[in-house]
Design a protein around this ligand. Structure first.
Ligand SMILES: [Zn+2]
Ligand SMILES: [Zn+2]
Length: 408
Protein backbone atom coordinates (compact mmCIF):
# COMPACT_ATOMS: atom_id res chain seq x y z
CA UNK A 1 0.00 0.00 0.00
CA UNK A 2 2.74 2.42 1.03
CA UNK A 3 4.92 1.53 -1.97
CA UNK A 4 1.96 1.93 -4.26
CA UNK A 5 1.31 5.38 -2.83
CA UNK A 6 4.96 6.42 -3.22
CA UNK A 7 4.99 5.18 -6.80
CA UNK A 8 1.85 7.13 -7.58
CA UNK A 9 3.34 10.31 -6.08
CA UNK A 10 6.54 9.82 -8.11
CA UNK A 11 4.57 9.50 -11.34
CA UNK A 12 2.64 12.64 -10.47
CA UNK A 13 5.84 14.52 -9.66
CA UNK A 14 7.38 13.41 -12.93
CA UNK A 15 4.32 14.54 -14.86
CA UNK A 16 4.31 17.88 -13.10
CA UNK A 17 8.03 18.40 -13.65
CA UNK A 18 7.71 17.55 -17.34
CA UNK A 19 4.83 19.95 -17.52
CA UNK A 20 7.02 22.63 -16.02
CA UNK A 21 9.73 21.92 -18.56
CA UNK A 22 7.30 22.32 -21.42
CA UNK A 23 5.96 25.43 -19.77
CA UNK A 24 9.41 26.94 -19.41
CA UNK A 25 10.19 26.31 -23.05
CA UNK A 26 6.92 27.45 -24.56
CA UNK A 27 6.16 30.22 -22.05
CA UNK A 28 2.52 29.31 -21.77
CA UNK A 29 0.38 32.28 -20.81
CA UNK A 30 -2.78 30.78 -19.38
CA UNK A 31 -1.33 29.17 -16.25
CA UNK A 32 -0.80 31.06 -13.02
CA UNK A 33 2.86 30.66 -12.10
CA UNK A 34 4.33 31.91 -8.89
CA UNK A 35 7.87 32.54 -7.69
CA UNK A 36 8.55 31.27 -4.18
CA UNK A 37 11.80 32.09 -2.41
CA UNK A 38 13.43 28.93 -1.09
CA UNK A 39 16.87 30.25 -0.16
CA UNK A 40 18.82 33.44 0.03
CA UNK A 41 22.52 33.08 -0.69
CA UNK A 42 25.07 35.42 0.83
CA UNK A 43 28.80 35.57 0.26
CA UNK A 44 30.45 33.03 2.50
CA UNK A 45 27.59 30.51 2.44
CA UNK A 46 28.25 26.92 1.43
CA UNK A 47 28.30 26.02 -2.24
CA UNK A 48 24.89 25.80 -3.83
CA UNK A 49 24.25 22.28 -5.11
CA UNK A 50 21.22 20.93 -6.94
CA UNK A 51 20.60 17.31 -7.80
CA UNK A 52 18.18 15.43 -10.03
CA UNK A 53 18.19 11.90 -11.40
CA UNK A 54 17.43 13.22 -14.89
CA UNK A 55 20.20 15.81 -15.17
CA UNK A 56 19.55 19.45 -16.01
CA UNK A 57 18.88 22.07 -18.61
CA UNK A 58 20.37 25.46 -17.79
CA UNK A 59 18.77 28.48 -19.42
CA UNK A 60 20.49 31.82 -19.12
CA UNK A 61 19.78 35.21 -20.62
CA UNK A 62 20.70 34.12 -24.15
CA UNK A 63 17.72 31.68 -23.94
CA UNK A 64 19.89 28.81 -25.18
CA UNK A 65 19.47 25.59 -23.29
CA UNK A 66 22.59 23.91 -22.04
CA UNK A 67 22.02 20.24 -21.25
CA UNK A 68 24.02 18.79 -18.36
CA UNK A 69 23.65 15.04 -17.92
CA UNK A 70 25.25 14.90 -14.44
CA UNK A 71 22.94 14.17 -11.53
CA UNK A 72 24.28 17.09 -9.52
CA UNK A 73 25.52 20.59 -10.28
CA UNK A 74 27.22 23.11 -8.02
CA UNK A 75 27.61 26.84 -8.35
CA UNK A 76 31.34 26.97 -7.76
CA UNK A 77 31.73 30.71 -7.98
CA UNK A 78 29.54 33.78 -7.75
CA UNK A 79 31.07 36.57 -9.84
CA UNK A 80 30.45 40.20 -9.02
CA UNK A 81 28.99 41.08 -12.42
CA UNK A 82 25.72 39.09 -12.06
CA UNK A 83 27.31 35.91 -13.27
CA UNK A 84 27.87 32.49 -11.75
CA UNK A 85 30.17 29.62 -12.66
CA UNK A 86 28.84 26.09 -13.03
CA UNK A 87 31.09 23.30 -14.28
CA UNK A 88 33.66 25.84 -15.47
CA UNK A 89 31.15 27.67 -17.64
CA UNK A 90 30.02 31.23 -16.88
CA UNK A 91 26.26 31.93 -16.85
CA UNK A 92 24.55 35.32 -16.63
CA UNK A 93 21.78 35.78 -14.09
CA UNK A 94 18.88 35.24 -14.02
CA UNK A 95 19.51 31.56 -14.62
CA UNK A 96 16.86 28.86 -14.85
CA UNK A 97 17.61 25.33 -13.73
CA UNK A 98 15.18 22.88 -15.27
CA UNK A 99 14.88 19.13 -14.92
CA UNK A 100 12.46 16.39 -15.94
CA UNK A 101 12.54 15.03 -12.37
CA UNK A 102 12.11 16.83 -9.04
CA UNK A 103 15.10 19.01 -8.21
CA UNK A 104 16.71 18.38 -4.83
CA UNK A 105 18.14 21.33 -2.91
CA UNK A 106 19.14 21.44 0.75
CA UNK A 107 17.28 18.25 1.76
CA UNK A 108 14.04 19.18 0.01
CA UNK A 109 12.67 18.32 -3.43
CA UNK A 110 10.89 20.70 -5.77
CA UNK A 111 8.71 20.31 -8.83
CA UNK A 112 8.52 23.16 -11.33
CA UNK A 113 11.93 24.68 -11.94
CA UNK A 114 14.50 26.78 -10.08
CA UNK A 115 15.46 30.33 -10.90
CA UNK A 116 18.54 32.10 -9.55
CA UNK A 117 18.42 35.88 -9.54
CA UNK A 118 20.51 38.63 -8.11
CA UNK A 119 18.75 40.58 -5.36
CA UNK A 120 19.70 43.71 -3.46
CA UNK A 121 23.07 43.83 -1.64
CA UNK A 122 24.72 41.26 -3.92
CA UNK A 123 22.58 38.49 -2.49
CA UNK A 124 21.38 35.68 -4.71
CA UNK A 125 17.79 34.59 -4.36
CA UNK A 126 16.97 30.99 -5.18
CA UNK A 127 13.39 30.72 -6.29
CA UNK A 128 11.10 27.80 -7.02
CA UNK A 129 8.99 28.75 -10.04
CA UNK A 130 5.92 26.64 -9.77
CA UNK A 131 2.38 26.52 -11.05
CA UNK A 132 -0.17 27.70 -8.51
CA UNK A 133 -1.86 24.31 -8.05
CA UNK A 134 1.38 22.46 -7.24
CA UNK A 135 2.19 25.21 -4.75
CA UNK A 136 -1.26 24.92 -3.16
CA UNK A 137 -0.78 21.13 -2.87
CA UNK A 138 2.53 21.75 -1.11
CA UNK A 139 1.12 24.25 1.35
CA UNK A 140 -1.97 22.25 2.29
CA UNK A 141 0.13 19.17 3.10
CA UNK A 142 1.96 21.28 5.66
CA UNK A 143 -1.15 23.09 6.90
CA UNK A 144 -3.88 20.48 7.42
CA UNK A 145 -2.13 17.13 6.85
CA UNK A 146 -2.53 15.21 3.62
CA UNK A 147 -4.45 12.41 5.37
CA UNK A 148 -7.42 14.62 6.33
CA UNK A 149 -10.84 13.78 4.78
CA UNK A 150 -10.98 14.82 1.13
CA UNK A 151 -13.70 17.50 1.43
CA UNK A 152 -11.64 19.19 4.20
CA UNK A 153 -8.57 19.08 1.95
CA UNK A 154 -10.57 20.72 -0.82
CA UNK A 155 -11.82 23.45 1.56
CA UNK A 156 -8.22 24.00 2.68
CA UNK A 157 -7.02 24.11 -0.95
CA UNK A 158 -9.49 26.90 -1.77
CA UNK A 159 -8.63 28.87 1.38
CA UNK A 160 -4.89 28.47 0.67
CA UNK A 161 -5.27 29.48 -2.98
CA UNK A 162 -7.29 32.55 -1.96
CA UNK A 163 -4.72 33.66 0.61
CA UNK A 164 -1.90 33.08 -1.89
CA UNK A 165 -3.57 35.35 -4.45
CA UNK A 166 -4.33 37.96 -1.80
CA UNK A 167 -0.68 38.00 -0.70
CA UNK A 168 0.57 38.28 -4.26
CA UNK A 169 -1.85 41.18 -4.84
CA UNK A 170 -0.50 42.87 -1.71
CA UNK A 171 2.96 42.75 -3.34
CA UNK A 172 4.79 42.24 -0.07
CA UNK A 173 7.87 40.81 -1.78
CA UNK A 174 7.79 42.56 -5.11
CA UNK A 175 10.88 44.60 -4.25
CA UNK A 176 12.68 41.38 -3.25
CA UNK A 177 12.21 39.85 -6.69
CA UNK A 178 9.73 37.06 -5.93
CA UNK A 179 6.05 36.61 -5.04
CA UNK A 180 6.14 34.76 -1.71
CA UNK A 181 8.66 33.52 0.81
CA UNK A 182 8.41 29.98 2.18
CA UNK A 183 8.20 30.77 5.91
CA UNK A 184 5.29 31.67 8.20
CA UNK A 185 5.67 35.29 7.01
CA UNK A 186 3.84 34.21 3.85
CA UNK A 187 3.02 30.50 4.05
CA UNK A 188 5.16 27.52 5.04
CA UNK A 189 6.19 25.67 1.88
CA UNK A 190 8.57 22.73 1.75
CA UNK A 191 8.27 21.66 -1.87
CA UNK A 192 7.22 18.05 -2.32
CA UNK A 193 7.75 17.13 1.36
CA UNK A 194 4.80 15.23 2.89
CA UNK A 195 2.75 15.56 -0.27
CA UNK A 196 0.46 12.76 -1.31
CA UNK A 197 -1.82 11.99 -4.21
CA UNK A 198 -4.73 13.30 -2.06
CA UNK A 199 -3.17 16.74 -1.58
CA UNK A 200 -2.56 17.01 -5.35
CA UNK A 201 -6.05 15.80 -6.17
CA UNK A 202 -7.64 18.30 -3.79
CA UNK A 203 -5.73 21.15 -5.47
CA UNK A 204 -6.43 19.92 -9.00
CA UNK A 205 -10.14 19.19 -8.37
CA UNK A 206 -10.66 22.73 -7.03
CA UNK A 207 -8.29 24.25 -9.58
CA UNK A 208 -8.80 27.98 -10.08
CA UNK A 209 -11.50 28.33 -7.38
CA UNK A 210 -11.11 31.14 -4.88
CA UNK A 211 -13.36 32.80 -2.29
CA UNK A 212 -14.51 36.29 -3.23
CA UNK A 213 -16.57 38.99 -1.54
CA UNK A 214 -17.68 42.05 -3.55
CA UNK A 215 -15.76 40.45 -6.42
CA UNK A 216 -12.44 40.62 -4.56
CA UNK A 217 -10.42 37.72 -3.08
CA UNK A 218 -11.05 37.51 0.66
CA UNK A 219 -8.69 37.26 3.62
CA UNK A 220 -9.29 33.52 3.92
CA UNK A 221 -7.36 33.07 7.15
CA UNK A 222 -7.67 29.88 9.16
CA UNK A 223 -6.45 28.38 12.41
CA UNK A 224 -6.08 24.92 13.92
CA UNK A 225 -9.06 24.95 16.27
CA UNK A 226 -11.40 27.75 17.33
CA UNK A 227 -12.21 25.87 20.55
CA UNK A 228 -15.97 26.01 19.94
CA UNK A 229 -16.43 29.66 19.04
CA UNK A 230 -14.76 31.64 16.27
CA UNK A 231 -13.25 35.13 16.57
CA UNK A 232 -13.72 38.09 14.18
CA UNK A 233 -11.07 40.13 12.37
CA UNK A 234 -12.56 43.24 13.97
CA UNK A 235 -11.92 41.94 17.51
CA UNK A 236 -8.45 40.62 16.77
CA UNK A 237 -6.97 42.96 14.16
CA UNK A 238 -9.26 45.99 14.32
CA UNK A 239 -10.78 45.83 10.83
CA UNK A 240 -14.31 44.65 10.18
CA UNK A 241 -15.07 42.16 7.44
CA UNK A 242 -18.64 41.10 6.66
CA UNK A 243 -17.60 37.46 6.36
CA UNK A 244 -15.81 37.31 9.71
CA UNK A 245 -17.99 36.89 12.80
CA UNK A 246 -18.01 35.43 16.28
CA UNK A 247 -20.09 32.27 16.13
CA UNK A 248 -20.45 28.86 17.70
CA UNK A 249 -18.76 25.87 16.06
CA UNK A 250 -20.05 22.66 17.60
CA UNK A 251 -17.98 20.37 15.34
CA UNK A 252 -14.47 21.06 16.63
CA UNK A 253 -15.54 20.27 20.21
CA UNK A 254 -17.20 16.93 19.36
CA UNK A 255 -14.72 14.85 21.36
CA UNK A 256 -15.87 11.54 19.83
CA UNK A 257 -14.73 12.76 16.42
CA UNK A 258 -11.33 14.14 17.41
CA UNK A 259 -8.00 12.39 17.16
CA UNK A 260 -4.41 13.01 18.26
CA UNK A 261 -3.42 16.66 18.56
CA UNK A 262 -7.00 17.80 18.04
CA UNK A 263 -7.99 16.19 21.37
CA UNK A 264 -4.92 17.62 23.07
CA UNK A 265 -6.06 21.21 22.48
CA UNK A 266 -9.78 20.68 23.02
CA UNK A 267 -9.30 21.44 26.72
CA UNK A 268 -5.87 22.70 27.70
CA UNK A 269 -4.54 23.89 31.02
CA UNK A 270 -1.48 25.83 32.08
CA UNK A 271 -0.54 26.38 35.72
CA UNK A 272 1.57 29.10 37.29
CA UNK A 273 2.57 29.57 40.93
CA UNK A 274 2.43 33.09 42.35
CA UNK A 275 6.21 32.86 42.85
CA UNK A 276 6.63 32.09 39.13
CA UNK A 277 4.48 35.04 38.11
CA UNK A 278 6.40 37.33 40.45
CA UNK A 279 9.64 36.30 38.73
CA UNK A 280 8.13 36.60 35.24
CA UNK A 281 6.98 40.17 35.79
CA UNK A 282 9.56 41.43 38.31
CA UNK A 283 6.82 42.15 40.82
CA UNK A 284 6.36 41.28 44.51
CA UNK A 285 3.39 40.54 46.79
CA UNK A 286 0.89 39.50 44.11
CA UNK A 287 -2.52 39.82 45.75
CA UNK A 288 -4.93 39.71 42.81
CA UNK A 289 -5.31 38.89 39.12
CA UNK A 290 -8.08 40.46 37.05
CA UNK A 291 -9.03 39.75 33.48
CA UNK A 292 -11.43 41.12 30.91
CA UNK A 293 -13.08 39.57 27.89
CA UNK A 294 -13.25 41.20 24.46
CA UNK A 295 -17.01 41.68 24.94
CA UNK A 296 -16.32 44.07 27.83
CA UNK A 297 -14.41 46.41 25.49
CA UNK A 298 -16.25 46.06 22.22
CA UNK A 299 -19.92 47.05 22.41
CA UNK A 300 -22.10 44.47 20.70
CA UNK A 301 -19.38 41.82 20.58
CA UNK A 302 -20.04 38.48 22.22
CA UNK A 303 -16.45 37.26 22.14
CA UNK A 304 -15.35 35.51 25.32
CA UNK A 305 -11.68 35.66 24.39
CA UNK A 306 -9.42 37.43 26.85
CA UNK A 307 -8.31 40.94 25.90
CA UNK A 308 -6.66 42.20 29.07
CA UNK A 309 -5.00 40.77 32.18
CA UNK A 310 -3.88 42.75 35.21
CA UNK A 311 -1.55 41.39 37.87
CA UNK A 312 -1.74 43.37 41.06
CA UNK A 313 1.18 43.35 43.51
CA UNK A 314 3.60 46.04 44.63
CA UNK A 315 2.81 47.46 41.22
CA UNK A 316 0.24 46.70 38.53
CA UNK A 317 1.34 44.84 35.43
CA UNK A 318 -1.09 45.04 32.50
CA UNK A 319 -0.97 42.71 29.50
CA UNK A 320 -3.27 43.78 26.68
CA UNK A 321 -4.25 42.24 23.36
CA UNK A 322 -4.97 38.62 22.47
CA UNK A 323 -1.62 37.97 20.78
CA UNK A 324 0.37 39.61 23.55
CA UNK A 325 -1.45 37.59 26.23
CA UNK A 326 -0.90 34.31 24.38
CA UNK A 327 2.76 35.11 23.85
CA UNK A 328 3.38 36.26 27.43
CA UNK A 329 1.90 33.16 29.07
CA UNK A 330 2.66 30.83 26.13
CA UNK A 331 -0.99 29.83 25.72
CA UNK A 332 -2.46 27.87 22.77
CA UNK A 333 -5.39 30.30 22.41
CA UNK A 334 -6.97 33.39 23.97
CA UNK A 335 -10.21 31.53 24.79
CA UNK A 336 -9.75 30.66 28.45
CA UNK A 337 -10.65 31.34 32.06
CA UNK A 338 -8.31 32.04 34.96
CA UNK A 339 -8.84 30.76 38.50
CA UNK A 340 -6.93 29.95 41.63
CA UNK A 341 -7.09 26.46 43.12
CA UNK A 342 -7.70 27.58 46.71
CA UNK A 343 -8.66 31.25 46.80
CA UNK A 344 -10.54 33.80 44.83
CA UNK A 345 -8.37 35.72 42.34
CA UNK A 346 -8.83 38.76 44.61
CA UNK A 347 -7.25 37.02 47.62
CA UNK A 348 -4.02 35.49 46.42
CA UNK A 349 -1.03 34.72 48.61
CA UNK A 350 2.47 33.49 47.89
CA UNK A 351 1.35 29.83 47.93
CA UNK A 352 -1.51 30.27 45.47
CA UNK A 353 -1.61 28.32 42.25
CA UNK A 354 -3.10 30.10 39.23
CA UNK A 355 -4.72 28.04 36.50
CA UNK A 356 -5.33 29.11 32.91
CA UNK A 357 -7.85 26.68 31.39
CA UNK A 358 -8.92 27.10 27.80
CA UNK A 359 -10.04 25.66 24.49
CA UNK A 360 -8.66 25.56 20.98
CA UNK A 361 -5.39 26.33 19.26
CA UNK A 362 -4.63 29.45 17.22
CA UNK A 363 -6.34 32.81 16.70
CA UNK A 364 -9.76 31.34 15.87
CA UNK A 365 -10.50 33.65 12.92
CA UNK A 366 -11.83 32.19 9.66
CA UNK A 367 -11.83 28.47 8.95
CA UNK A 368 -11.34 26.16 11.92
CA UNK A 369 -9.30 23.28 10.49
CA UNK A 370 -10.41 20.83 13.18
CA UNK A 371 -14.04 21.82 12.57
CA UNK A 372 -13.53 21.43 8.81
CA UNK A 373 -12.14 17.91 9.29
CA UNK A 374 -15.04 16.84 11.54
CA UNK A 375 -17.60 18.43 9.19
CA UNK A 376 -16.05 16.51 6.26
CA UNK A 377 -16.14 13.29 8.29
CA UNK A 378 -19.83 13.84 8.97
CA UNK A 379 -20.61 14.22 5.26
CA UNK A 380 -20.42 17.97 4.60
CA UNK A 381 -19.10 19.12 1.23
CA UNK A 382 -16.27 21.63 0.82
CA UNK A 383 -18.88 24.22 -0.24
CA UNK A 384 -20.84 23.72 3.01
CA UNK A 385 -17.64 23.92 5.06
CA UNK A 386 -16.46 27.14 3.39
CA UNK A 387 -19.87 28.79 3.56
CA UNK A 388 -20.01 28.16 7.29
CA UNK A 389 -16.57 29.59 8.03
CA UNK A 390 -16.66 32.42 5.45
CA UNK A 391 -20.35 33.40 5.36
CA UNK A 392 -21.60 35.73 2.59
CA UNK A 393 -18.65 34.86 0.33
CA UNK A 394 -18.81 33.16 -3.05
CA UNK A 395 -16.69 30.32 -4.41
CA UNK A 396 -15.71 31.81 -7.73
CA UNK A 397 -14.17 30.15 -10.80
CA UNK A 398 -13.84 33.27 -13.00
CA UNK A 399 -11.87 35.81 -10.97
CA UNK A 400 -8.48 34.17 -11.28
CA UNK A 401 -8.73 33.70 -15.03
CA UNK A 402 -9.98 37.24 -15.57
CA UNK A 403 -7.50 39.01 -13.35
CA UNK A 404 -4.24 37.29 -12.53
CA UNK A 405 -3.18 35.43 -15.65
CA UNK A 406 -3.24 38.55 -17.80
CA UNK A 407 -0.89 40.32 -15.43
CA UNK A 408 1.60 37.50 -15.01
ZN1 LIG B 1 6.90 36.43 3.06
ZN1 LIG C 1 -13.95 25.33 15.56
Amino acid sequence: MFLLKVKYIRILCLLLSMFSLIEALKIVDDIVNIDVLIYQYQAGDDNITFSSVSGFYLKSEDKKLNNIKDESITISKVLTNSKVVIKNKVYSLPLEIISESPIRFKELEYSGFIKIKEAQNNKLVIINCIDLESYVAGVISAEIGASSPFEALKAQAIATRTITIKKILNNKHQKDGYDLCSTVHCQVYKGLKNQSSASYRSAIETSGLILVYNNQPIDAVYSSSCGGVSESTENLWGFKLDYSTVKTDSYCIDVEQLSGWQKKYLNWQKDFSVIQLQQMFAITNISAIRYNRVSEFKPGSNSDRIEKIEIIGNKIVTIEGQYKIRETFNLPSSLFIVYSEDNSLEELNRNSKIIFAGNGYGHGVGMCQTGAIVRAKSGQTYQEILHFYYPNTEINSEWLLNNITKEK
